[in-house]
Design a protein around this ligand. Structure first.
Ligand code: NAI
Length: 242
């Protein structure tokens, strides 16, 4: 279904990003894994994409919060793969804390990675999309960005910002055949969430369980392949934000 296409997945070396890389590879896309620091994990994801799904895959170390680094990385991907048609902005961090005590650097770090990081990648990829006359962007937001969450003012602001970014990009680039959507996951079992067995919030999930990274990857694959869907925010949250 995506044979011959190339997808960049930021934060693709573990968790939700890793599951997205495998899902898109299983549909035939070549994969550029953008990772922050763990080269071994990133190489492992690339090997699995190549061996299990027969696609091309390559890892690129890049801090998405850095404008010039993201520009150089996109240029490297272009040199290696020719072009790219799919961008998944998945890289994200948390620096949770109560508003009254939150340090400025914790607010900035989360906004710089989660929101500006997505802007950087979209900004640099748009040239490729315009030349290819096609493009598809999926931003990984969060139900925190839709509902708010005490102790996460920085994270919620970044994820709400991603929804605004998604809709503006969708409107601006739709005439050029470029789509932009977002997925808003709820509680997903990854390193980011850690051990949640005793979290009372779990009882509030109508479907009665945490999500798996693969649940998010399914939604991403849908948005990548749904040719008439743009500007959408798809919740993957077991119903918690209903
Ligand atoms: P994770 O912590 O396992 O993975 C995040 C990835 O982003 C890591 O590979 C990390 O190295 C990468 N990353 C962080 N900062 C980076 C930077 N500056 N440059 C490049 N890469 C960077 O987390 P998880 O759970 O897989 O999260 C993936 C995305 O899903 C994040 O955007 C997160 O906010 C979002 N999300 C996760 C939820 C969950 O319950 N796990 C719920 C809602 C949204």
């Amino acid at each position: 279904m995506l044979k011959g296409k190339t997808a960049l997945v930021t934060g693709g070396s573990r968790g939700i990003g890793e599951a997205i890389a495998y899902k898109l590879a299983s549909l035939g896309a070549n994969i550029a894994v953008i990772y922050a620091g763990n080269v071994t994990a990133a190489e492992k994801v690339c090997e699995k994409c190549k061996q299990d799904y027969g696609v091309e895959a390559k890892a690129y170390q890049c801090n998405v919060a850095d404008f010039s680094e993201t520009k150089e990385t996109v240029a490297k991907v272009k040199a290696d793969f020719g072009t790219a048609q799919i961008l998944i902005n998945n890289a994200g961090i948390t620096r949770d804390g109560l508003l009254a005590m939150m340090k400025e650097e914790d607010f900035d770090a989360v906004l710089d990675t989660n929101l500006k990081g997505a802007f950087h990648m979209i900004r640099h990829m748009t040239g490729l999309f315009l030349r290819a006359k096609e493009g598809c962007i999926v931003n990984i937001s969060s139900v925190s960005g839709m509902m708010g969450n005490a102790g996460q003012c920085n994270y919620s602001a970044s994820k709400a910002g991603l929804i605004g970014l998604t809709k503006s990009v969708a409107k601006e680039l739709a005439p050029k055949g470029i789509r932009c959507n977002a997925v808003a996951p709820g509680f997903i079992a990854t390193d980011m969430t850690g051990d949640q067995t005793d979290n009372p919030l779990l009882k509030m999930i109508p479907l009665g369980r945490m999500g798996e990274p693969e649940d998010v990857a399914e939604a991403v694959a849908y948005l990548v392949t749904a040719k008439y869907v743009t500007g959408e925010v798809l919740r993957v949250d077991g119903g918690i934000a209903m």
